[in-house]
Each structure stands twice: as structure tokens, then as C-alpha cells.
Design a protein around this ligand. Structure first.
Ligand code: SF4
Length: 424
């Protein structure tokens, strides 16, 4: 049935305010037809479009397949609409709450990425406290240094996408000058990390970024400078003298998650081999398992990596191992739907946890406890911690907890300084 004139006029205005324009032409045609028939309100249309978008991203059944016309035809008008919305929501929830199954495959074929590397003069040095820390979590008070803005790895769960919406990577024109001018208290120890606003190694030494960071570390031996990465681009670290107060840490994940959610980042093998080569240069390394994802097969796949690290690295070479999982704000969820990358990230059964969307405490306790137990050989020799998690989880996972963020922070700094041989 064609969309009636008055509804059509209203329809074109309201669908702009939904995800409708981002859906495939086939889906749009289907929803337009149903909308004409059932005269959806803005809220109903928004819901139907979000469910359609999720199903597309998840690679699950399409909304046409879930649209059980038979049952709907038994009713009419408002009642029919109610059945449609309830049925679709129930099917969507069932997919969300069921076991998350990832297809076994190589990396998704992705459209060619046209990134533009640009320089700009940022008003001030991008140095501040970790943007994802919150008063509801036990936090290490990491200071983050935004050497570069925006990233090229396209990890589907990454919160950076909520800040940067374009394909431009920004280098700060006067970054070196600002960093050299930074005055730090020589009697204080600082833990500063790059890798929050972009990947620390992906761009190599473009615009002299790694020259600047190593010079900064050389000039400030009381700084632990952590270069966090998902890259295999370690040429600079292999070809240059790197001061001992620089540590390189890799975010690792299972091959299933890397091929399905970390679309353009290096493979697991490449990351572990890169870390091995860097450690062979005497540079202290570390590993972040963040986000750990709970899906069919997670136990086996994570355990394999934990064992592999203990086979390839000595504890004296490794400063840290951290665990964490997904925590979302609504704006990141909105951004993920806007981008529509093939991903099951929004299919995960996340609940409201400490003001953000995350796994239930029960799931977290199982994942983190199993992970920590798997590193028994490194307990007491490597610094283990939970990132962005509530203090409630520490005791059950580690058997200890820090009474405050400051205690956590100083324990971490002591451990890193000891591992890097820096004077305490
Ligand atoms: S624990 Fe994680 S979230 Fe908290 S400050 Fe440290 S790095 Fe940031």
C-alpha cells in the first residue's frame, strides 16, 4: 500500500531523524512500505531502524526475515503495530542475550581507507588525566599525552570514534616545542601514556613524533613513558637508542576478535613478534587485554595467548599485564551505529554498570579471575591490574585491593620504575 500523502510528507521529515538514511536501499524500501501500512511514530520508526542497523552489523537475520507477517496479519491498526514492535524487540533481545558466536574467518574485506595526515597548531599540549577514568572505578591516575589525534585502526568498539568523525589524522605542529617547554617536578615520578587519542607506533616517526618522545624521556628520567599500540611498526625502536624509561605495551586480543572487531590493526602474531623483537633490544614491554570479550570460545582462545606470552617472554622483560572490558557511553553506541561497521559489539549482553554499559559483574569476575590465574607463574614478578573497573572486583580477582587510586598509582609506578631499572 502506497504511503498516503500526508503521512509521506511527515515521513520524509521524521526519517531524517533516524538511522533510516544509513540503511541499505532494500531495507529502506521494506521499511518505507511497512511504514505506509502501519503509520509508525518517530519513536517506533527510530526503534525499527536501530534494530535493522544492529542486525545488519551483527550479520544476523534481516528485519524482513524477522517480520512475521503471518502473525501480524491476524490483527490491524494499533494492535498490529504493537505486535510488530514487541516481536522485533523480543527477537533483537534474544540475539543479544544468546551466546555471541563469531564466524571463523580472516579479516573482513574493508573499503580502502583514505586517511589524510595533516598538521595543525593545537592551542595547548594534549596532556591531561586519562579521559576514561571515573570516580566509580579504581584508577591508576595515568596521564595521557595526545601526540597525535585520531587513529587509523578502526576498532569497532573504540571510544575515540565518539571524538573524531573524519578521516583526518592530526599532528600538532609545535608538539616538540611544547613538550620541551613542559615543566615537571624532578622529585616526582610521572606515568605518562600515549595511545589514547591514536596509536603510538602506527605512524612511525612521522613529523618527528618518536624523536620528540624519546628526547622527552631522555630529558626526564623521572617519567615512565608508555607507548601503547596495536601495531607491528617497530622499525624506529629497532634502529634508535631508546631510553630505559620508555616502555612499549601491546593491546592484545584473540584472533577471533582481531579479525572481527579490530579491523585494521596488526594480527596477534605480528603484535607478539613485534613485542619479542623490542624486548630483545632490552626495552621493557607490557600487555593489555582490554577489552576482553565474552563469546563462544573465549576461554580457550584467551588461555592460549596467556600461555604463549609466558612461553615467549621472561617476567623480568614484562612490566605489566592489565585486564579490562567494554564500557560504553550512549554516545559511543550512537557512533558505532552511525558507522555501521560489521561488528557484533552491540550484540554483546551489556548491562548498565556503574553508569556505563558493560558486562555483568558475574561475567567480569569469571573472565578476569580465569585470566589472572593463568599467569600464576608471573604473580609477584609482573604488575597486574584491572583497568576502568570498580574496586569491588579487585579482591575477588587478585586477592588484594588498593584502598585508594593514589595507592594504586604509587604501587604501579614503583613496579615500573623497578622493572626499568630507573632510580626510585
Ligand atoms: S586504570 Fe585505566 S581507566 Fe583508570 S586511569 Fe588507569 S588507564 Fe585510565
Amino acid at each position: 500500500m502506497a504511503v498516503s500523502d500526508d503521512y509521506a510528507d511527515k515521513f520524509s521529515a521524521i526519517f531524517e531523524r533516524t538511522l533510516f538514511p544509513l540503511l541499505s536501499a532494500e531495507l529502506q524500501a521494506f521499511i518505507r512500505h511497512q511504514a505506509g501500512q502501519y503509520r509508525f511514530t518517530l519513536q517506533e520508526l527510530r526503534q525499527i531502524c536501530e534494530i535493522s542497523r544492529d542486525l545488519e552489523m551483527w550479520g544476523e537475520a534481516s528485519i524482513q526475515q524477522l517480520w512475521n507477517s503471518a502473525q501480524i496479519e491476524k490483527s490491524a491498526g494499533k494492535a498490529a503495530k504493537k505486535i510488530i514492535i514487541n516481536q522485533l524487540t523480543a527477537d533483537w533481545l534474544a540475539l543479544k542475550n544468546g551466546a555471541t558466536r563469531y564466524p571463523k574467518r580472516e579479516k573482513h574485506p574493508l573499503p580502502v581507507q583514505k586517511l589524510k595526515l595533516e598538521t595543525r597548531d593545537k592551542k595547548q599540549l594534549g596532556l591531561g588525566f586519562c579521559p576514561v577514568a571515573s570516580e566509580r572505578t579504581r584508577c591508576c591516575n595515568l596521564m595521557t599525552l595526545d601526540a597525535i589525534d585520531n587513529c587509523g585502526f578502526d576498532c569497532s568498539y573504540c571510544s575515540i570514534q565518539a571524538f573524531y568523525h573524519e578521516n583526518k589524522i592530526y599532528f600538532d605542529q609545535r608538539f616538540a616545542e611544547k613538550l620541551q617547554a613542559l615543566e615537571l617536578d624532578p622529585n616526582q615520578t610521572y606515568h605518562i601514556g600515549t595511545g589514547q587519542s591514536s596509536d603510538s607506533l602506527l605512524w612511525g616517526n612521522k613529523h618527528g613524533i618518536l624523536d620528540t618522545l624519546t628526547a622527552f624521556a631522555c630529558a626526564n628520567p623521572n617519567v615512565i613513558l608508555e607507548l601503547k599500540t596495536k601495531s607491528k611498526n617497530i622499525a624506529y625502536l629497532l634502529e634508535h637508542e631508546i631510553p630505559s624509561n620508555i616502555i612499549c605495551t601491546w593491546s592484545l586480543n584473540t584472533p577471533t576478535i582481531i579479525s572481527n572487531e579490530e579491523h585494521r590493526a596488526a594480527t596477534l602474531d605480528d603484535r607478539i613478534n613485534a613485542a619479542r623483537q623490542v624486548a630483545d633490544r632490552g626495552i621493557v614491554v607490557g600487555f593489555h587485554f582490554h577489552p576482553m570479550i565474552h563469546y563462544d570460545g573465549w576461554r580457550e582462545e584467551y588461555m592460549q595467548i596467556f600461555q604463549r606470552l609466558q612461553d615467549r617472554f621472561k617476567p623480568e622483560e614484562v612490566a605489566l599485564v592489565s585486564f579490562g572490558t567494554l564500557t560504553y557511553t550512549k554516545s559511543v553506541v550512537k557512533q558505532i551505529r552511525q558507522r555501521g561497521l560489521k561488528s557484533k559489539i552491540l550484540q554483546l549482553p551489556l548491562i548498565n554498570s556503574d553508569g556505563k554499559l558493560s558486562y555483568s559483574e558475574e561475567v567480569k569476575l569469571e573472565m578476569f579471575s580465569r585470566a589472572y590465574r593463568s599467569f600464576a607463574a608471573w604473580h609477584g614478578q609482573v604488575f597486574f591490574y584491572l583497568c576502568m573497573e570498580n574496586n569491588r572486583l579487585w579482591e575477588p580477582v587478585f586477592g588484594y585491593a588498593y584502598p585508594s587510586n593514589e595507592d594504586f598509582e604509587s604501587a604501579m609506578k614503583r613496579a615500573y620504575m623497578t622493572k626499568t631499572g630507573a632510580a626510585l
